[in-house]
Ligand binder design. Structure first.
Ligand SMILES: C[S@@+](CC[C@H](N)C(=O)[O-])C[C@H]1O[C@@H](n2cnc3c(N)ncnc32)[C@H](O)[C@@H]1O
Length: 172
């Protein structure tokens, strides 16, 4: 019994290690994550508030949505394809008592309609951002803010925070 548990833990540990070195252009992008300080800066840049529905496309461990809901009062929706990250984010939401404010959908974000979003967060490689552009233009309402961490999007930029490497765009 103990050996089985140890084996299971070893497999989970190896999977986590593997996900850290996964090629960045695969759906299972590396375990790069946004920390709370950057998440706060993203929320401030997009002026996130109680009236907002914030989507994080590829929501990872859910940190960005936890900050948006807990500190800025927003409703959050995360879309995450990786089962391990989906599981971890669900646990973190539960331990933060945010399960009623933030939901995580375990799917490919290309297959989920995102039209209800008023704010969209992305921390994705340029290849994925380029593929998302037609979806943004088709589904998002006028005035929806998009904040991208690290990588630019091929849309007119409204603001750039050099220190935190975040960029703000708006659908017009
Ligand atoms: C760089 S991480 C960012 C995680 C989180 N947004 C953050 O800022 O901490 C990118 C995430 O996108 C997820 N992802 C990549 N392609 C995806 C897709 N097509 N559908 C859903 N999730 C995807 C990966 O599994 C990974 O968790």
């Amino acid at each position: 019994m103990l050996i089985n548990i140890a084996l299971l833990l070893l497999i989970v540990f190896l999977l986590v290690l593997l996900s850290m070195v996964w090629p960045p252009d695969s759906p299972w992008a590396p375990w790069w994550r946004t920390n709370k300080k950057i998440a706060r800066a993203m929320c401030q840049m997009a002026k996130v508030g109680k009236v907002d529905i914030v989507y994080d496309l590829g929501s990872g461990d859910g940190t960005v949505l936890i900050v948006a809901a807990k500190e800025f009062g927003a409703i959050g929706v995360g879309i995450e394809i990786d089962p391990l990250r989906y599981f971890i984010s669900s646990m973190l939401l539960r331990s933060n008592r945010l399960s009623d404010k933030v939901r995580i959908i375990r799917r490919n974000f290309f297959d989920v309609n995102i039209s209800e979003a008023s704010v969209v967060f992305v921390y994705l490689v340029p290849k994925a951002l380029n593929r998302l552009l037609p979806k943004f233009n088709k589904e998002l309402k006028k005035g929806t803010r998009i904040v991208s961490y690290k990588y630019p999007i091929n849309l007119p930029m409204i603001k750039y925070d050099n220190e935190n490497e975040i960029r703000l765009y708006m659908i017009s």
